[in-house]
Design a protein around this ligand. Structure first.
Ligand code: SF4
Ligand code: SF4
Length: 475
């Protein structure tokens, strides 16, 4: 990685440890306009997703209390550990791949923190409090503007908090919550108030600190990137030694060459790339952890170069290797290995998903003695039949046993009815005549049916008397 920022103090900290408040001067260039278009599309998607239904289910619902996670019409239950693990590992590898190829593209273009901060909260702030670098209007200096700004912050944060919560509780429950009196239902009200408060704290006060201090992704970039990753970078070769335009004009009239290079580079040291940076860094110091790849410095510098009639792109999307004159290398070990891993993970996910039955059944050994002998001399094993109904409708299950003459299952809990996604465990007795046992065991099959078909057949090794002879009755 290139040299880190020269100062040992964070860009958002004063030397004495106080916070250095950053009020970036916006650069409304070409990339900013593209980012704004992408941001508004993403905001629309984020707002509408909880309302969209697929297979009569919300597109995304992360129901933590019921431990059911719905993604695009497919519901995952807590028993889907393997599927969930495959999904999240695939997502992580996908992020590794995108980062290896395109750097922190996600941070600058897609992350909700950047999208809402730069295209919702900052525009509100600039409308009511003025734009850095421009004179404030009389209204922007008034107390009314200040009050209106915070009122709008609260309103937007409240809306955002509701949208966010819709992903966790669903739209229907959210509407119920909104219609409830806070006095009658304090808990939902408290959840909404706290979430709104957190949004306000994040977007009005904490801001870039979330990216710099709280988000782990930026800290991983040094291991996720390589020299060929496309990042936002400053063309040191072309820009240095930096100097003012007027000085350069003098140099052009009277060229001074030092070591074969012009005495003054294209960077006029206007520092607009620094004052526009939302994390307050100077990209000319090389790749830094704080850089969220927002491309504001590109827009700022391109505007300066255009004014000076020089080629744009002094700061641009490029790899460190390309900046040092090497040929771009798309195929490199990590760019080959990550997709290969991704293909394997996605294939495994699809196979596991397709092989998932609509009912999960587990037959477990019960607590206590391994077996007992009933009044009718049959040998009984306590078992637990754990059933998960994965369908979208309720189902009633029964259990039977086969595999040995006279074997049977009895339980006061069977038949058992389960709601969609519900999991229950039925305690049952599995009984077989002593003659069925050989060397103290008897292998049978426990069959669970839903009234129309057998949904599971589980092989179960019953424990019994070693001799197969009569043992004293326990009941
Ligand atoms: S905006 Fe461009 S010219 Fe101005 S200081 Fe930054 S790199 Fe140099
Ligand atoms: S250095 Fe440039 S791309 Fe990085 S955060 Fe600052 S303005 Fe955005």
């Amino acid at each position: 990685m290139a040299a880190m920022q020269a100062s040992s103090v964070l860009s958002t900290l004063e030397a004495d440890g106080r916070r250095h408040w950053i009020d970036p001067k916006p650069s409304f260039g070409k990339l900013w306009r593209w980012r704004r278009a992408v941001a508004y599309i993403l905001i629309a998607i984020f707002t509408l997703l909880p309302y969209i239904t697929i297979n009569s289910k919300p597109a995304i619902l992360l129901d933590l209390s019921a431990r059911r996670f719905t993604f695009f019409g497919k519901t995952f239950l807590p028993t889907d550990t393997l599927l969930m693990a495959l999904l999240f590992v695939s997502l992580s590898v996908g992020i590794f791949l995108v980062t290896a190829v395109m750097g922190r593209l996600w941070c600058g273009w897609g992350c909700p923190q950047t999208v809402y901060m730069e295209f919702v909260y900052r525009p509100i702030e600039r409308f009511f409090s003025g734009t850095p670098g421009r004179a404030k209007t009389a209204f922007q200096q008034s107390a009314l503007a200040m009050v209106l700004k915070y009122a709008l912050y609260v309103l937007v944060s409240c809306f955002l908090a509701h949208t966010f919560l819709a992903y966790f509780v669903g739209v229907e429950r959210l509407v119920q919550w909104v219609q409830m009196s806070p006095a009658k239902h304090p808990t939902p009200f408290l959840v909404m108030a706290v979430t709104t408060g957190l949004m306000l704290f994040d977007f009005v006060y904490f801001r870039e600190q979330t990216c710099i201090v709280a988000c782990p992704y930026g800290r991983f970039q040094s291991v996720l990137l390589d020299r060929h990753s496309r990042i936002i970078t400053y063309d040191r070769e072309r820009g240095e030694p930096r100097g003012k335009a007027v000085k350069r004009a003098r140099e052009v009239a009277l060229p001074v060459v030092s070591g074969g290079r012009p005495a003054v580079g294209d960077c006029v040291d206007c520092k607009l790339c620094v004052t526009t940076c939302p994390t307050g860094i100077d990209i000319r110091n090389g790749l830094q952890m704080e850089c969220v790849n927002c491309a504001q410095c590109i827009d700022a510098c391109d505007a300066v170069m255009t004014r000076l009639n020089r080629p744009t792109g002094l700061i641009r999307y490029a790899s460190e290797a390309a900046m040092e004159g090497e040929k771009p290398r798309l195929l490199r070990p990590r760019v080959v290995i990550y997709p290969a891993i991704l293909v394997v993970l996605i294939a495994a996910f699809v196979v596991v998903l397709l092989r998932k039955a609509d009912t999960d059944v587990n037959v477990l050994r019960g607590m206590g003695a391994p077996f007992s002998v009933l009044a009718d001399s049959t040998v009984a094993n306590q078992i637990k039949i754990k059933i998960v109904n994965r369908r979208d409708r309720a189902a009633t299950y029964t259990a039977a046993a086969r595999g040995a003459e006279g074997v049977r299952v009895s339980s006061e809990m069977l038949p058992i009815t389960l709601e969609p996604g519900e999991m229950k465990t039925a305690l049952a007795i599995l009984a077989a005549p002593p003659s069925a046992f050989k060397d103290g065991t008897c292998v049978v099959e426990v069959v669970v049916s839903d009234g129309t078909k057998d949904v599971s057949v589980t092989s179960y090794r019953m424990m019994g008397p070693a001799t197969g002879h009569h043992v004293e009755s326990s009941r």
